[in-house]
Design a protein around this ligand. Sequence first.
Ligand SMILES: Cc1cc2nc3c(=O)[nH]c(=O)nc-3n(C[C@H](O)[C@H](O)[C@H](O)COP(=O)(O)OP(=O)(O)OC[C@H]3O[C@@H](n4cnc5c(N)ncnc54)[C@H](O)[C@@H]3O)c2cc1C
Length: 410
Amino acid sequence: MDCDYDVVIIGAGCVGAFAAFYASKYDLRVCVLESRAHPGLVTTNANCGIVHAGHNTKHNTLKSQLIDRGNALIAELAPLLNFSFKRCGELVVAASPDEYQQLDEMYAYSKSINVPVEYWDAEQLRLHEPNLSHSIQRAILTPTAGIVNPHELTVSAVQTAVKNGARLFCDQKVTEITRNGSVFTVKTEKKVFKTKTVVNCAGLYADSIARMDDPATKINIRPRKGECYILNEVLVNRLIFPIPFGTSKGMLVIPTVDGKTLVGPTADFVDSKEDVCTSEDGKKRIFALAEKMVPKVNMSMIESEFAGCRAVDASEDFVMNQKDGFINFAGTQSPGLTSSPAIGQVLVEEILKNFANAKLKEKWEYAPLVKTQKADCTQKLEIVEEITNKGDLDDQTHKTTYSWVRGYEQ
Ligand SMILES: Cc1cc2nc3c(=O)[nH]c(=O)nc-3n(C[C@H](O)[C@H](O)[C@H](O)COP(=O)(O)OP(=O)(O)OC[C@H]3O[C@@H](n4cnc5c(N)ncnc54)[C@H](O)[C@@H]3O)c2cc1C
């Protein structure tokens, strides 16, 4: 049976974007199917934009294997793709003897996994982070942590894939997948695609997509919501983390690449994958904890707010598996943004197992993002539209396009 494509990637969040980016380096017919009107408008557009250093990720997990590589690749790719990235560093702060002990444990752990780390005392903290609470007497600095504009990163990766021959189809929700021998038929609400390989990067819906091929799949995604608030002032120079608790990294105070402060996120399991509402309760919890670390944080500074759902697998880890040309990458909760270029590379290694003769393209080019001066939100979205088939923005999209779209206003 004839195939239109060698590879169909489902989902154009940061993970699907980098799968397409790396696949487009090879002489493969690559296609990306995205249910929304543009790439990167779901979880990828509703997160904190942190490029994690790796020391707050559990050892011996798939996450821990991909986070370092992801961090390094983001630094390498940012100037080539022209997305905003700053290696601002991260401080984990402590204010009591109990917390000092946990800080020491974190320091030892970071050293053991080769994440660069150093102690800062009260004097260094006052000098370099004058808005930190004076109750904070100690911290550990991780200089390799950073911040990024996730939307820019994703759009630039997809754009590069498209420039190098990949096809992107938006407004194409995948509804059915069937196999006939080695050929998959992927149906959307509007079209039918035939392919030799399917790569499932559908984020919150990766379990539904996996089930279309294997009804017995163990992938089961629960949504864990995070609310975030953007403040209209720069209050800190580095990422400020409390001592983590449970599976949560806690409430953070984060400088954004576009010169604001982000506080959050919460981490609460919710019933619906579409629940992206902020709440009074979430806001109160975030501000109570953020104000403890940075007393100047105040609700009167709120400029905008958003929420997104993490795609959480029961293992609390990323999940990757493949069966006869059907590749799943699921459970892409944090640090999925940081790891996304590394996940893209790993997925392409899997894809290439199906295409032993695939060669690197002779001519492969980056498509750096063009940032226009003082463009407003609508103009920015037009840039995104240039690389997609079409797209009117629905209400949901407007709600979640806070600042990561605005963020590439220069
Ligand atoms: C509040 C919050 C804060 C976070 N902070 C950070 C952070 O600071 N650093 C970090 O590293 N990570 C962070 N994360 C995690 C990070 O955002 C995710 O790991 C990452 O965005 C996952 O990307 P993705 O491509 O897997 O998913 P998504 O961005 O959700 O992309 C999946 C895509 O698949 C599409 N899709 C779904 N179903 C279908 C279908 N049937 N047909 C076609 N397309 C489909 C969707 O429309 C979507 O565009 C955070 C997450 C949250 C919620």
